[in-house]
Design a protein around this ligand. Structure first.
Ligand SMILES: C[S@@+](CC[C@H](N)C(=O)[O-])C[C@H]1O[C@@H](n2cnc3c(N)ncnc32)[C@H](O)[C@@H]1O
Length: 266
């Protein structure tokens, strides 16, 4: 393929032994060739998938087609000393969040109770259980397939007793079962973080705790508007916000970043 064309398919993810590429419309006639080339260069890749839609819908999934290798979408990915079984067509999964997951895991203190509002297949929750002395990690997701994989991943990684997978809408689950229980709340879904910030406050213990608030930030004011939002929203509930840290995780669109604020709520 000419360099001009190659440049357009440079970015791809490897999850377990599956490679995921996004092939532009113009290059679709060459998709099989691209798939085979990827398998030749990366010997452990057994399947190449082309992502044909953006990540979308409430379960944050995408459409994928097999363009080379074995016809399947399920694989097991290794990250941070843990194994995660996922079906890329049925659940959200991104290997690009590994650094962020590890960063949060390192902050957990012995004896903490953690509530993960959007837990997916349990990546944060299992890593936290494996590498910290958290006593419970309540892990909610609305996607039944994600919760099934989460159950399996807690079993595979032998952290079953401390990770509690819960199928349901985060708002309903917190209101009915998890109010006032957590020292720390994770909100790893930037699309819904603002809508669910009041739920995170309800999930925290009455004396407060830490919230990892994921959002989108636009240059040049990457963190300011998100911080203003949480401060105002917390004030309406009589709470105070202290910013412990902030980080741009990855580029999302031109001048827009997926960001996180680590917040101490009192
Ligand atoms: C970005 S993914 C989470 C990724 C996961 N934390 C990880 O590191 O792999 C967001 C998840 O939120 C779930 N979700 C969406 N709306 C929800 C809601 N209202 N309540 C609970 N889970 C929800 C989706 O099914 C999806 O699995």
């Amino acid at each position: 393929m000419p360099d001009e064309e190659l440049k357009q398919v440079r970015a791809f993810d490897i999850v377990g032994n599956i490679a995921v590429v996004k092939i532009p419309e113009k290059l679709l006639p060459k998709k099989q060739l691209i798939g085979q080339a990827l398998m030749q260069v990366h010997h452990h890749v057994r399947t190449v998938l082309n992502q044909t839609t953006p990540v979308r819908g409430e379960f944050r999934t995408r459409k994928l087609e097999v363009i080379a290798g074995e016809p399947r979408t399920e694989t097991t990915h290794r990250e941070g000393g843990c194994s995660f079984k996922v079906d890329l067509a049925k659940v959200y999964f991104s290997p690009r969040l590994a650094t962020e997951r590890l960063r949060v895991t390192k902050q957990i203190k012995p004896g903490e109770v953690v509530t993960n509002l959007f837990a997916g297949v349990g990546c944060y929750s299992v890593l936290i259980a494996k590498h910290s002395e958290a006593i419970k990690i309540y892990s909610i997701d609305k996607n039944p397939a994600a919760v099934n994989y989460m159950r399996e991943n807690t079993r595979i990684n032998k952290v079953g007793a401390r990770v509690v997978p819960i199928l349901g809408d985060a708002r309903d689950v917190v209101k009915t079962r998890l109010m006032g229980k957590a020292d720390r709340v994770l909100m790893p879904l930037p699309e819904l973080a603002r809508e669910f910030f009041d739920v995170a406050l309800l999930a925290l213990k009455p004396e407060g705790g830490v919230v990892h608030f994921y959002d989108f930030g636009k240059e040049p004011e990457l963190f300011g508007p998100s911080l203003e939002f949480v401060r105002a929203a917390a004030a309406t509930k009589g709470k105070k916000v202290e910013l412990l840290g902030s980080r741009a995780i990855r580029s999302y669109a031109t001048r827009v970043y997926h960001i996180v604020l680590d917040l101490k709520i009192t």
